[in-house]
Design a protein around this ligand. Structure first.
Ligand code: ZN
Ligand code: ZN
Length: 413
């Protein structure tokens, strides 16, 4: 039996020098005395979430931080999109990301006139419900709406393959494509089901009440569902069995919550004030983190706001969010169960200049009774580069924490 472990992820915290702030990164420019105290008392370093220079998604980064090789377990966007919208994905499912789109029937072909159906924002739950659960050739088709024009599709049944081309033409004015399966009957079957499903979605949606109302209001109908990015839902060994620790996740956004659940972590319920945005109630999130630590050996907590500000390209917002996160940490470490080992780190960089994820390494600090403190006294990209933990990969972080907390088994005699 080991001690408790907390992995606190500041989503997208890493950044690049910003000229308006004297070439400092937003984290370096932010006033973060509580994180700096952790750096002073802990051991710092840099983490390449996947590998140096690889631009990690939040999904692949979190798989790696939970100790799962994303090159083995990340089997395409589809299954992870479905997890993100809260679908009950099962190993062996074939899952797709989808768009609600607008098509025009021109006799032999359906022409995509708007891949995003006029950026529809309302009514997609009813549209998804109109096709959810249809069975085609013994395969159950499960559909759930996501944000705006997005949705996810799961095909559940026997003898399905995951190698299938997109029906989405990825351009307006082009015809809906026919999905083509890769070699073998399983892939051919999937392609046939996808094509039949797309047709069924058009039949079910073209005269749907939601679309009649849209057309009457001069808006484009969301009259078809176009799947893409198909992938096989992977068999992921449950976290608790793999490491022998009871794990939980306290996470703001659906995608990471879905991944955590799929990896076998207990996912904490959070109040609506925890929004995943810059206005999120971090006190409630950290409170839920303490509760989860009371009943679990390992907790992954993810605070999303810095990533949001990075995507917005807003350095001032990123700085003030990081200051707010630091303030929320006042008194937090003192409330952790005695002997808890903590790592605070990013899951990837989201530089304000890039407005997307980059392949730059992220800072990390390890804190706890077994940690050997280094000379670094500031939590920032450059100070942490000089730290004792050196340069790590995302997959190294969990084993380091398991070792510090006394869970690691000896390799050899
Ligand atoms: Zn992220
Ligand atoms: Zn992001």
């Amino acid at each position: 039996m080991g001690g408790k472990i907390l992995m606190l992820i500041l989503d997208g915290v890493g950044d690049r020098p910003v000229e308006e702030y004297g070439g400092r990164t937003p984290l370096e420019a932010a006033r973060t005395p509580r994180l700096d105290l952790l750096a002073t008392r802990g051991e710092t370093g840099l983490v390449d979430p996947i590998a140096p220079g690889v631009r990690a998604g939040s999904d692949t980064a979190h798989l790696a931080l939970l100790g799962y090789d994303p090159y083995e377990y990340y089997t395409g966007r589809g299954p992870f999109e479905a997890l993100g919208v809260g679908m009950d994905v099962k190993p062996g499912d074939i899952a797709f990301r989808c768009n609600f789109a607008t098509v025009e029937d021109r006799g032999r072909e359906l022409i995509v006139t708007d891949r995003r159906a006029g950026r529809i924002t309302e009514g997609t739950a009813a549209l998804a419900a109109a096709v959810n659960g249809v069975v085609i050739d013994g395969v159950k088709c499960l559909v759930k709406e996501s944000t705006a024009h997005r949705a996810a599709l799961i095909l559940r049944g026997k003898g399905l393959g995951a190698v299938v081309t997109d029906v989405d033409p990825h351009a307006d004015g082009a015809p809906v494509r026919l999905a083509a399966g890769g070699a073998g009957t399983a892939n051919q079957k999937t392609a046939a089901v996808v094509n039949a499903f797309v047709h069924r979605s058009y039949e079910a949606l073209r005269d749907h009440a939601v679309n009649r109302a849209r057309v009457a209001a001069g808006e484009r109908p969301a009259n078809i569902i176009l799947p893409r990015g198909g992938g096989l839902a992977p068999h992921i060994p449950p976290f608790t069995q793999r490491y022998g620790v009871r794990g939980a996740a306290v996470v703001e956004v659906g995608l990471i919550r879905g991944i955590a659940r799929y990896c076998g972590l207990d996912v904490a319920a959070l109040p609506p004030s925890v929004t995943g945005g810059l206005d999120s109630d971090l006190g409630a999130l950290l409170g839920a983190t303490l509760s989860a630590l009371a009943s679990h050996d390992f907790v992954l907590a993810n605070i999303k706001g810095a990533d949001v500000a990075g995507h917005d390209g807003d350095a001032a917002a990123k700085i003030s969010f990081l200051e707010k996160a630091d303030e929320a940490l006042e008194g937090f470490v003192g409330k952790l169960p005695a002997g808890t080992h903590v790592a605070v780190l990013g899951d990837h960089s989201t530089p304000v200049a890039v407005q997307d994820h980059s392949g730059d390494a992220v800072p990390i600090v390890f804190y706890g009774p077994a940690v050997r403190p280094d000379e670094t006294a500031t939590f920032g990209e450059r100070p942490c580069a000089k730290g004792g933990a050196g340069r790590l990969r995302g997959r190294d972080v969990l084993p380091i924490l398991l070792n510090l907390a006394g869970w690691a088994e000896k390799f050899g005699a």
